[in-house]
Design a protein around this ligand. Structure first.
Ligand code: FDA
Length: 302
């Protein structure tokens, strides 16, 4: 299977762009904010919340970071104007994390402050391991002034437990999206065994919930969804203390089952004109996704 995934990724550059567009369509709302807003409205009508993600990362010029911040401010304004149930998810490398720490912090602060004024929330996505410490530092700095900012923890990272314990030290409130992690990392810093990653996911979820954190349980793995449901039921956790999260276009059957079981669910909605570069890079980074996409496209179940 791994070989097939790699083959799919290798042959991508010769696949016509319109075909890639067709395949990626179910995972990306469109090129424009207007298309994303339309899709979020539909999701809201079907009882699901959303988080908007403007595609783009690893910028190389400061002007690009300013443009990203401005685009997110516009998205927040539109969400407020249209009264949508949606927050935003941002990648710090699109805000200049690789250019200069303080520059990035100030760009992110602007957006978090704007969101606070509108009663909205900003999730800091977690990128590859070279960004982990910087992202955590920015999260903890902003949390001193704002409650409307949250972070992502990747269960494959060996440091994850220490990180969440750091967030919750001295009874501090924290807001974490828990996911497995999407990048390919070396064994020295990340678990490679899928079963172990799953076990760590459940363990971290338990720690977070018992520690009083607000948790976004972000997975399409039905066993982990079951673990999450069992835990919140066992603890009689109020609905406003957690939510499930899924990516746009992935396992819509599971998504409906979560909503029908009475849980809150948020869909991650990427949009923007950089969809092609984004799709190709993601697939090259992690060929396993190519397998998922092809299986989904042909309606093949696990
Ligand atoms: P697993 O990989 O076992 O997938 C379970 C099943 O779901 C697969 O068998 C497949 O059918 C389907 N599936 C999963 N991913 C798919 C895809 N992309 N396309 C088609 N089908 C797919 N990661 C990260 O490093 N930083 C982050 O900030 C985030 N943010 C984030 C937000 C949200 C809302 C979600 C749901 C996920 C993320 N992730 C992420 C990605 C996450 O780390 C992980 O790589 C994917 O969710 C896949 O892991 P699962 O838990 O779904 O299990």
């Amino acid at each position: 299977m791994e070989l097939l995934n790699r083959l799919i990724v290798k042959t991508m550059p010769i696949v016509p762009k319109p075909l890639i567009r067709r395949v990626s369509k179910r995972y990306i709302a469109g090129d424009t904010l207007a298309e994303a807003v339309r899709l979020v409205r539909e999701l809201n009508q079907r009882g699901m919340m959303a988080t908007l993600d403007l595609l783009g990362e690893f910028i190389s010029k400061r002007e690009e970071a300013a443009a990203t911040a401005a685009a997110y401010v516009q998205a927040l304004d539109e969400i407020a104007k249209e009264k949508l149930e949606s927050n935003i998810s941002i990648k710090l490398t699109a805000f200049g994390l690789k250019l200069n720490y303080d520059f990035c912090l100030e760009n992110v602060r602007q957006v978090v402050q704007h969101a606070a004024g509108l009663g909205n929330f900003v999730r800091l996505d977690m990128e590859d391991a070279s960004c982990t410490s910087g992202t955590i530092r920015i999260y903890q700095t902003l949390r001193q002034d704002f409650k409307n900012v949250g972070i992502v923890i990747q269960a494959y990272m060996r440091r994850a437990l220490a990180d969440i314990r750091g967030f919750m030290a001295n009874g501090a409130q924290t807001n974490v999206r828990l996911c497995k992690g999407i990048y390919i990392e070396p064994r020295g810093i990340a678990y490679k065994n899928r079963e172990l990653i799953n076990k760590n996911f459940t363990f971290l979820l338990d720690e977070l919930i018992h520690g009083g954190a607000y948790v976004g349980i972000a997975t399409h793995d039905e066993r982990l969804v079951w673990d999450g449901m069992r835990l919140v039921d066992h603890l009689k956790l109020p609905k406003d203390k957690y939510e499930f999260q899924m990516l746009l276009g992935v396992d819509e059957e599971l998504r409906d089952m979560i909503v029908n079981a009475g849980h809150r669910l948020r869909i991650y909605v990427p949009y923007g004109e950089h969809w092609y570069a984004y799709s190709v890079r993601r697939l090259q980074e992690n060929p396993q996704i190519a397998g998922y996409v092809v299986k989904n496209f042909f309606g093949i179940k696990d």
